[in-house]
Design a protein. Structure first.
Lengths: 121, 513
């Protein structure tokens, strides 16, 4: 088997490495130097890494619930896309199966709704 | 683009037991949302019991039909599969009686909100006053349905999905003990982390076996082992990884370290569920994997699994001697029993299969009765599981001490108990298969294991009751029923085992399509 088809990938590797090196090297010369507090922070997101927060940095457990809910609906969408693409081939059986799947997801949703998982406070 | 996809053939009658259980579990989740809290416990309990009975009826009806391989080749509803399903459902009903018990402690054995920080005022308050979470019922149903699927899965991918379906609810259930919350949370976290690790091994094993055979269903793997030109290394490394995943669930040494901690920390009814039903499911899956998919690698398997079986029996028995907590003692005893069951797996014969299935049922009933007694021996702070607290129990409550003595003698394998017939069957099958060295190790470890059991018996009857010996609580109707069913089954399977032995032999062999 010839490896020739992979040569362009090597080219891409070289290009990517070259671009990264060039950007890092050029930044101190061409970039403006205006430092402020926000500029020195960890990049725009996440928890402050220093100083170590007292008690290991606690945050409201409500975020955890939001993340769980996100996963429930995220997984549903992952299954819906390929189903939608192949809808014609799958026929009535595929439609019924997908309805059953969505019903079970909504069982979880109804549980969360009734037990107050959607209320922030 | 409009060609119809070929649809899988689904035999709904054959699949109905697990469909019923999954359906009941989903309805159970809705009940949590829409039924008022006051009557939720009663509704959930009756719903779950009805679902299990309906599933059992469907299993029995399917029993008179031919073997079916359905959903393409994904699920095999055959004699042993139906027998194991029926065993899981019956043992599940008995565990559910323990789980549903609320008269021993205000609000039952489960905590209301597991997220409350342990050892705070709020935690003590909810332990004393609130009623327990009723989510345990749908979780138990999901676990049981997953176990049914696990025992009948005919390819590795379905097996993996089933493994996750029954494991995830068990992780949660472990964290829900009403008292000793820290131990319970620790148990759940340990079980979850090690369990996910074992699942990862299992999944990697599937990938390697797929690389070797090009298929994931057992029949195709069997064909590939005969014909494949691929490197055998893939097969053996893959098989070893699959075995790690399954032996973890079965609690075999050296994958047993989670067992004592989890058995101790989990709420006792959940421990009973794990010791009885998970054992059946794990060995059901292992039996099918070895008997259908990998029986041509028998020679290699016997070297490795035989060694695992010997160290499992010996380590379980020896460490049981040193235990001071009754739940940990039963955990090590369960590890040693996993070793005996491995002898049945290794026999790779019809007799090995039927004696393993008999052993699983016999052990399940006895262990349920044992944990039923453990839930009864309690004081104001909950269950008194330290062995020193059991000293002199025979003087305080002769009835329950006698029952527990009988159960321990059954574990020790004395004649006229199911423990004897079960061990006899499995050792006989192993000798038939030429595994004499395993049987010798088994007999030696049984002798060692008799010591911790007899030590508890001696403590209960021959020590004076101390200041701290608790009185045994009067069981509620459901615990009493579980205790009676477990003890009577232990006695009947010891005195007249022929009915169940015939059933296991009638179940025949795993279908191989």
């Amino acid at each position: 088997m010839s490896l020739a088809p992979y040569v362009p990938i090597l080219g891409l590797f070289a290009l990517a490495a070259g671009f990264a090196l060039f950007s890092v090297a050029a930044a101190p010369f061409v970039g403006p130097r205006r430092f402020n507090k926000a500029k020195l922070d960890a990049y725009e997101c996440g928890i402050e890494p220093t100083p170590q927060p007292v008690g290991g940095g606690r945050f409201p457990v409500k975020f955890y619930l939001t993340a769980m809910l996100f996963i429930v609906f995220d997984i549903e969408i992952i299954f819906l896309y390929p189903w939608a693409v192949n809808f014609g081939m799958l026929g009535v059986f595929g439609f019924v199966e997908m309805v059953l799947f969505i019903v079970t997801v909504f069982v979880a949703f109804a549980y969360v709704w009734r037990r107050g998982g959607l209320d922030w406070d | 683009m409009n060609d119809k996809l070929q649809l899988p053939n689904l035999d709904y009658a054959a699949l109905s037991p697990m469909l019923i259980l999954f359906g009941v579990a989903c309805i159970g989740v809705l009940v949590e949302g829409f039924v008022p809290r006051r009557i939720r416990h009663g509704v959930q309990l009756s719903l779950s019991l009805l679902g299990l009975v309906a599933a059992l009826v469907m299993v029995i009806r399917q029993g008179s039909k031919d073997d079916v391989v359905t959903a393409q080749t994904a699920v095999a509803i055959d004699g042993p599969g139906l027998f194991l399903s029926a065993a899981i459902i019956v043992l599940g009903i008995v565990s559910l009686l323990l789980i549903g018990e609320r008269s021993l402690e205000t609000g039952g054995a489960f905590v209301a909100q597991a997220a409350v920080t342990a050892n705070t005022d709020a935690d003590r308050d909810q332990a004393a006053r609130t009623t327990g979470a009723t989510e345990v019922f749908p979780l138990t149903m999901f676990a049981l349905a997953g176990m049914l699927l696990f025992c009948t899965a005919n390819d590795l991918l379905v097996m993996f999905v089933a493994l996750e379906v029954f494991s995830l609810p068990l992780y949660l259930l472990c964290a829900l003990a009403r008292r000793r919350r820290l131990l319970s949370q620790e148990a759940a976290l340990k079980y979850f982390l090690l369990g996910s690790f074992a699942s990862a091994f299992f999944l990697f094993g599937i990938a390697l076996i797929y690389g070797y055979a090009g298929q994931v269903d057992f029949k195709a793997i069997d064909t590939a082992i005969q014909n494949s030109a691929n490197d055998d290394i893939l097969l053996y490394v893959g098989l070893a990884m699959l075995a790690i995943g399954l032996l973890f669930k079965a609690a075999a040494v050296p994958f047993h370290v989670w067992t004592p901690d989890v058995y101790q920390g989990a709420p006792t009814p959940v421990t009973a569920l794990m010791a009885a039903c998970t054992k059946v499911a794990a060995f059901g899956g292992l039996l099918r994997l070895v008997y259908v998919g990998f029986h041509r690698t028998e020679w290699e398997l016997q070297q490795v699994l035989g060694t695992v079986a010997v160290i499992t029996m010996l380590v379980g028995a020896i460490l049981a001697v040193t235990q001071t907590d009754i739940k940990r003692l039963l955990a090590y005893s369960s590890i040693a029993n996993a070793g005996y069951l491995l002898l049945g797996v290794l026999s790779v014969s019809e007799r090995g299969l039927s004696s393993s299935m008999f052993y699983l049922v016999a052990y399940g009933f006895t262990v349920l009765a044992a944990f039923a007694v453990v839930t009864l021996v309690r004081d104001a702070d909950g269950e008194a599981t330290h062995l020193s607290r059991w000293a002199g129990l025979g003087r305080r409550s002769p009835l329950y001490a006698s029952l527990f003595t009988f159960i321990l003698l059954a574990f020790a394998g004395l004649p006229l108990t199911s423990g004897f017939t079960a061990k006899f069957g499995i050792f006989a099958a192993a000798i038939d298969a030429g595994q004499t060295w395993l049987v010798i190790a088994g007999v030696v470890s049984s002798a060692i294991l008799a010591f911790p059991y007899l030590r508890v018996v001696v403590m209960m009857w021959l020590s004076e009751p101390g200041e701290t010996t608790p009185a045994v609580s009067i069981p509620g109707a459901m615990t009493a029923a579980a205790l009676v069913i477990g003890t009577v089954a232990t006695l009947v399977l010891g005195v007249a085992p022929s009915v169940l032995i015939e059933a296991t032999e009638h179940a025949g062999i795993f279908v191989s399509k």
